[in-house]
Design a protein around this ligand. Structure first.
Ligand code: BG6
Length: 468
């Protein structure tokens, strides 16, 4: 639908930007931090690991000052679980706790609302060595960690995100380093069940311990289109929407397994064991809002049985290879691609809002959205008009979604400042602030404002009225 007049962004809209601890902080073993599963993961050849990242752990004050200059009214970051509880279950690390107090205090002093992701891929290694999420004891470990966070920071932090991209950890964990190669589907969906239980317990704890606390899940959302209007293509798209999205959101919101997802899990021999009492935990509480990371949509067709085509596809967390007997991936001829092959679909963001809103009627928060590109620093400047175009087009679609009557509470582009990408090193940059380092040459790690910095500053200052 087209509107003659658009509704404005609401007052109090959270103009934010996002990062994640292991991708930005560095200091991977400083001040008592324990190793995480990511610290033992070998990045693809030619790309950096996460040991120094953007050195935010030591430069957080300078970084927060830049975020304040940018005009952010909110900032999404993650807390590193192994910085708080180094071995996942034992003593709390006071130095780690103190670091996030300093960071949160700096944000609050600048009038920036903290949005905290409690767990963004970096499971404490000690837990992984005891079976990770396949071990039910990890549910208790997470619930205790959640309680530590709520008691420590609950007076200062109102917005909480339980688990970043749980769906991508299940579906593409080997690419992003959260799943050991060869983990079976059965094991993955058992870990998924346990994460759901952990999340449900966090909902309860947050509501019990944080005054005015608001908590939600943060899956990745890549709305699935059928390649054609052939009914079997439509069903294939519906199947992937269920497997990739509704399985996770239905459990988070209503505490129930989507019946189509359950049928798929049974068909694949991957249905998790559900113990007495689990369903009560899942239905005991609900999220206050739904967060989602949005980069693109996906297009699929009915399964053709062409294994060679499927195996030849380059795949990662935003580009499914297809699944035998379920769907084939297809290219969308109407969409451009980034330098890294991800399709670009701003209108798909509006369609995603509608899909989520129609289904759940809960406030929505975009917790990631952005363009990875090979930025160039020349004479202290970074001209990134392609990023401005990308973000402008997506923000315009948010305003259309607001005009559709969807309750959108905020937008956190990825990323606030440059950081190390999940599996493509530092050369794939997303930030408003350039961090001067190469894959293996750390240089000075100096910060430079990109052109997109001044542009986003104007967007925020005008509460979204000036996107030009
Ligand atoms: C999301 C993750 O998958 O996408 C982030 O939550 C990640 O951690 C972002 O960095 C972009 O992906 P990538 O692989 O380009 O870093």
């Amino acid at each position: 639908m087209q509107y003659r007049e658009l509704k404005p962004f609401p007052d109090g809209f959270l103009w934010s930007a996002a990062t994640a601890a292991y991708q930005i902080e560095g200091a991977w073993d400083a001040d008592g931090k324990g190793p995480s599963i990511i610290d033992t993961w070998t990045p693809p050849e030619g790309t950096s690991d996460f040991t120094v990242a953007s050195d935010h752990y030591h430069r957080y004050a300078e970084d927060v000052a830049l975020l304040a200059e940018l005009g952010l009214t909110a900032y999404r970051f993650s807390i590193s679980w192994p910085r708080i509880i180094p071995d996942g279950t034992g003593e709390v690390n006071p130095a780690g706790v103190a670091f996030y107090h300093r960071l949160i205090d700096a944000l609050v002093e600048h009038g920036i609302e903290p949005i905290v992701t409690m767990y963004h891929f970096d499971l404490p290694l000690a837990l992984d060595q005891q079976g990770g999420w396949s071990n039910r004891a990890t549910i208790d470990a997470y619930a205790r960690y959640a309680e530590v966070l709520f008691r420590e920071y609950g007076e200062k932090v109102k917005y909480w995100l339980t688990i970043n991209e749980q769906n991508n950890m299940i579906l593409y964990g080997e690419v992003i380093g959260t799943a050991r190669p060869g983990t079976t589907k059965r094991e993955l969906y058992q870990t998924n069940h346990h994460m759901m239980l952990a999340q449900a317990r966090a909902f309860r704890l947050c509501h019990a311990l944080v005054p005015d606390g608001r908590i939600g899940p943060a899956p990745n959302f890549a709305l699935v289109y059928p390649e054609t209007c052939h009914p079997l293509d439509v069903l294939a798209a519906d199947d992937l929407n269920v497997i990739r999205h509704w399985l996770y959101f239905d459990l988070a919101v209503d505490g129930v397994y989507n019946s189509i997802a359950w049928a798929y899990l049974e068909e694949k021999g991957a249905a998790p064991e559900i113990l007495p009492g689990d369903l009560e935990i899942l239905t005991a509480d609900r999220p206050d809002f739904l967060a989602f990371n949005y980069y693109n949509t996906q297009t699929v067709a009915r399964p053709s049985g062409d294994d060679a085509e499927r195996q030849s596809r380059v795949a990662d967390q935003q580009m499914s290879p297809g699944e035998e007997g379920v769907y084939d991936s297809a290219d969308n001829p109407y969409l451009a691609r980034t330098e890294f092959g991800w399709e670009v679909d701003p209108i798909g963001l509006r369609a995603s809002f509608r899909a989520l809103w129609n289904r759940y009627r809960l406030p929505l928060l975009v917790t990631e959205n952005g363009l990875g590109a090979f930025d160039r620093l020349i004479d202290g400047q970074v001209h990134d008009p392609y990023r401005i175009d990308y973000l402008r087009d997506h923000i315009a679609q948010i305003q259309l979604a607001i005009s559709d009557g969807v309750e959108v509470i905020g937008y956190c582009p990825w990323s606030a400042i440059d950081l190390v990408s999940t599996h493509q090193g530092v050369a794939k940059r997303y930030g408003f602030v350039y961090v001067d380092r190469d894959e293996f040459d750390l240089k000075e790690l100096a910060r430079y404002r990109k052109d997109s910095f001044a542009w986003y500053q104007r967007v925020i200052a005008s509460n979204g009225a000036e996107l030009g």
